[in-house]
Design a binder for this molecule. Structure first.
Ligand SMILES: C[S@@+](CC[C@H](N)C(=O)[O-])C[C@H]1O[C@@H](n2cnc3c(N)ncnc32)[C@H](O)[C@@H]1O
Length: 270
């Protein structure tokens, strides 16, 4: 597999990711990211670290023809799932390309807009990835990306319950998710790649789900602890899910779970 990544899901991961996290959280936040990029109908759009493709699918609804959109990811199973989910959503024509973001097989100045939702923090070569995004953008092209600002209540609940059950530091590596939370560090990285007009906004992306236990079960099934939990007697894993939901008691409304995740969204121009 070309390139490398610190965010790789196990077998079945893409389905779980799509059914649970995309529906509850990444789908709505993709709408916001695409809106921030102000895409015109005739523009060409690249979704970097596309995962199961929610941002690319959302962008495709904002251009004349889905063939104007390309999604890239280093994880081949994610791309297979992305193609499948796009087809099932009736969106044909998006190009799905397996590559490392730091080495993309596109000509200079191929795209008008580059999008990257919650991907940059997992890329081992962030400078290289941003330089590639700049290289493939046309002059005055736009970048819109998002990264988590810090650990969310959901992340804290998972860490508390799993570290208690599996040992201290079991979830320490999950900190990568929040590793680009510093606004000035993020700004410097993007400026160093040649972008200008860098603007960062802070808000909360909510994970909303009518059935908190189902959401937590899905979120965990898409995590690196999936196999450890799958091997547990069901009674024991159910108890863990119940404990996690209890930790999230403050994050419910009449619709069920409403768990906020602090997020930075950055827009910039080349
Ligand atoms: C948290 S997921 C986000 C997926 C998608 N953007 C979304 O909003 O649902 C991060 C994605 O970045 C991809 N990724 C990580 N490192 C990468 C790299 N070096 N090049 C390309 N993709 C990478 C992972 O494979 C994964 O699909």
């Amino acid at each position: 597999m070309p390139g490398s990544s610190e965010f790789q899901l196990r077998n079945g991961g893409p389905d779980v990711y799509e059914a649970c996290l995309v529906t509850a959280q990444m789908g709505p936040s993709a709408q916001e990211l695409v809106a921030a990029a102000k895409i015109d109908l005739d523009e060409r759009v690249l979704d970097v670290g596309c995962g199961t493709g929610v941002v690319a699918r959302t962008a495709a609804a904002n251009v004349r023809n889905a063939a104007q959109v390309t999604g890239v990811d280093v994880n081949a199973p994610m791309l297979i799932a992305a193609a499948d989910f796009a087809e099932r959503s009736g969106i044909g024509g998006i190009a799905w390309v397996e590559c490392d973001a730091a080495n993309m097989p596109f000509e200079d100045q191929s795209f008008d807009v580059v999008l990257c939702q919650q991907g940059l923090q997992f890329m081992p070569d962030q400078n290289g990835a941003l330089r590639e995004m700049a290289r493939v953008l046309k002059p005055n092209g736009r970048l819109a990306l998002s990264v988590w600002k810090e650990r969310s209540p959901l992340g804290a609940a998972l860490a508390k319950v799993f570290d208690r059950r599996f040992g201290e530091d079991t979830t320490a590596s999950w900190q990568t998710m929040y590793s680009l939370g510093d606004r000035e560090e993020l700004r410097s990285l993007v400026l160093a790649a040649g972008f200008r007009d860098v603007h960062i906004t802070f808000d909360y992306k909510f994970a909303r789900h009518s059935d908190p236990i189902a959401f937590v079960t899905g979120a965990v099934a898409g995590s690196p602890l999936a196999s450890a939990l799958a091997e547990m007697p069901e009674e024991e894993s159910s108890m863990l899910y119940t404990e996690i939901v209890k930790e999230l008691a403050d994050y419910h409304d009449d619709g069920g779970l409403a768990a906020p995740a602090p997020c930075h969204t950055l827009t910039a121009t080349l």
